[in-house]
Design a protein around this ligand. Structure first.
Ligand code: SF4
Length: 588
């Protein structure tokens, strides 16, 4: 039976490979082997441009072979140890345990429980301290590793925070060099940590706590490491244009080549981590983007253009035209409302885009000032009028509830604003006879490291659920508008995994032990998760992620926090002319 199961899994892997274009097959002999793991299902991982970019970067090197592995799905559960081999990679169907390195690419905190599932399925000891000489090096990169790696520190031998283009090559070279000297596992980790300022080996540091549970200090537990070493997050001044390396039908964006237009965002919304940890905002050169598009169009007709704010990209209408004139189609990620214009909308319509994703975030202008959104009601209404005149685009409107300083009035203003939006959509569409739908997606505020909102707590689950219930009733009364919500208790978990320190690792272990029964995990935990989720942090407190350096001054974040409390907006980024947060001073 086991053998039959294992054969079934191998044929599933092979059929996935057959459905792909662009997968790389290499012989492992003489090369450093990396099992690149996405801690979620194949379909989700293959939709992630960061994961695909790291796969390309690794395989570009002749001395590395990188193969992919994902969270096993129901049909793959026999890849667990019971099948005898453990979880294996897609390309060569080799068990994870035979690779030199198992590298996780982590984009979302809610995938943390999956890391433990994958390690277990790969027959790898969950805790770093339980691994022996024969175990691969277990490492992680991706945005959550450079916001706050501490909640998962117990499970990783090392983290490589920062943009992969800026430090992955150096890491591989150092790894080859150190391994070539016959260094054992422990020595390899110590030497890597010493050699690169962006390598973080959690086991070389211990954390001491105050009686009230806050952090007192971080100390080095290794003679050669400086106490409380600061881990720098290198950024590439001019990263190459990232694009999907592998095309498959089995993703969220079937057979679409995703192309990154730039990195970072200069609008500085105070809740948004990507707007801080990817600073400074950088746009790829138009010519580089066009060349990438030309190559992509030889593989697929459909291009997905990714940017935190697509309409900010210089020459964006020329890029749109370039694609359509060559017989391609494109779709875009989210659009800033105040930048919507007829020229761009007609191009989107011509390319077949039917719906627009628009992030309004807060119902009231007051709260939009608190979050530094730089968006007035008048700008929203103007954008809706223009949009409805051009076409019957459906609008997907994103809002956040539970934002700092939010009152009942702010929540009620979401409903008033949606009524006004609907009124103008109907009015402007009258001559045409068709009207786009309005869908609301309402998410809970989750505080994030390295933002000015890192000192705020999350609102209680009970209060958020009450707001969701009220909003649902009020919006549905409107008719013709639908609303969906995220799950408040999952927002609680995400906050715990985003804002926790090392002690949260023990809660993750319990969650794994109780097979994702988090109520049982919390009941058996000696750590109170509310301490990390619902407690406002003191401005002078040592935060779990303070040892990571993005070049952003903490004083700047404090200043932004104070401005938020006063409901005052600050300027958007002006790269080259500004030194407010400290990043551009680095000369990137
Ligand atoms: S220094 Fe100024 S322009 Fe540069 S990232 Fe910071 S806020 Fe933006």
């Amino acid at each position: 039976m086991k053998e039959k199961d294992a054969r079934g899994k191998v044929s599933l892997a092979r059929s996935r490979l057959e459905g792909e274009r662009g997968a790389i097959r290499k012989d492992r002999g003489g090369r450093i082997s990396v099992a690149l793991v996405y801690p979620n299902y194949y379909r989700v991982g293959m939709s992630n441009l960061g994961f695909q970019a790291v796969y390309s970067l690794l395989n570009k090197r002749d001395d590395v072979v990188a193969e992919r592995a994902f969270l096993p799905e129901d049909k793959e559960t026999s890849l667990r140890p019971a099948a005898g081999r453990g979880l294996f990679t897609l390309e060569s169907q080799s068990p994870l345990s035979v690779f030199d390195i198992i590298a996780f690419s982590i984009s979302f905190e809610n995938d943390y429980p999956n890391i433990l599932t994958i390690l277990e399925a790969g027959m790898i000891p969950l805790l770093e301290r339980e691994r022996d000489e024969f175990c691969p090096i277990i490492m992680a990169g991706g945005i959550t590793s450079f916001m706050n790696p501490e909640p998962i520190a117990l499970f990783f031998d090392l983290f490589l925070p920062g943009e992969a283009e800026a430090n992955l090559d150096e890491f591989i070279e150092r790894f080859i060099e150190i391994r070539g000297t016959g260094a054992d596992r422990k020595e390899t980790l110590e030497r890597l940590e010493k050699a690169m300022t962006s390598v973080y080996v959690p086991s070389l540091f211990r954390v001491e706590y105050n009686e009230d549970g806050t952090i007192r200090s971080r100390l080095s537990s290794h003679k050669d490491s400086s106490p409380g070493k600061i881990i720098s997050c290198p950024k590439s001044a001019d990263p190459a244009v990232s694009r999907s390396a592998i095309l498959t039908k089995d993703t969220e964006f079937a057979d679409t080549v995703l192309i990154e237009l730039g990195r970072g965002c200069g609008w500085s919304c105070r809740f948004c981590a990507a707007g801080y940890v990817y600073r400074p905002p950088r746009q790829h050169r138009e010519q580089d983007v066009l060349e990438c598009i030309d190559r992509a169009l030889t593989e697929s007709q459909h291009i997905g253009l990714l940017s935190a704010s697509v309409l900010d990209v210089p020459g964006i209408n020329d890029i749109f035209d370039h694609i359509t004139e060559r017989g391609g189609r494109f779709s875009v990620s989210s659009l800033r409302v105040n930048l919507l214009n007829e020229d761009a909308l007609y191009r989107l319509k011509r390319s077949g885009q039917k719906s627009l994703a628009i992030a309004i975030e807060a119902g009231s202008e007051r709260l939009r000032k608190v979050i530094n959104k730089h968006l007035t009601n008048e700008q929203i209404i103007n954008a809706v009028k223009i949009t409805a005149r051009v076409s019957d685009f459906s609008l997907k409107l994103y809002f956040i509830i539970g934002l700092p300083t939010e009152t009942r009035d702010d929540v009620e203003e979401i409903v008033s604003l949606v009524k006004v939006i609907k009124h103008h959509m109907v009015k402007e569409s009258r001559g045409r006879g068709t009207i786009g739908r309005i869908r609301l997606s309402v998410n809970c505020f989750i505080p994030k490291a390295f933002t000015p909102f890192q000192w705020f707590p999350m609102e209680s689950v009970a209060s958020l659920k009450e707001k969701q219930k009220w909003l649902k009733k009020a919006i549905e009364k409107e008719g013709g508008v639908t609303v969906s919500f995220d799950v408040a208790k999952w927002a609680y978990m995400q906050t715990l995994f985003s804002m926790g320190d090392r002690r949260v690792g023990s809660i993750l272990m319990l969650g794994h032990q109780y097979r994702d029964d988090w109520s049982a995990a919390f009941r058996h935990s000696e750590i109170n998760p509310d301490f990390f989720v619902l407690r406002p942090r003191g401005l002078d407190e040592v935060l779990p992620w303070d040892f990571i350096d993005h070049g952003i001054r903490k004083e700047y974040l404090k200043k932004e926090y104070m401005l938020a409390l006063k409901g005052i907006e600050s300027d958007i980024c002006d790269v080259g002319k500004c030194d407010r947060c400290g990043v551009c001073h680095l000369g990137l």
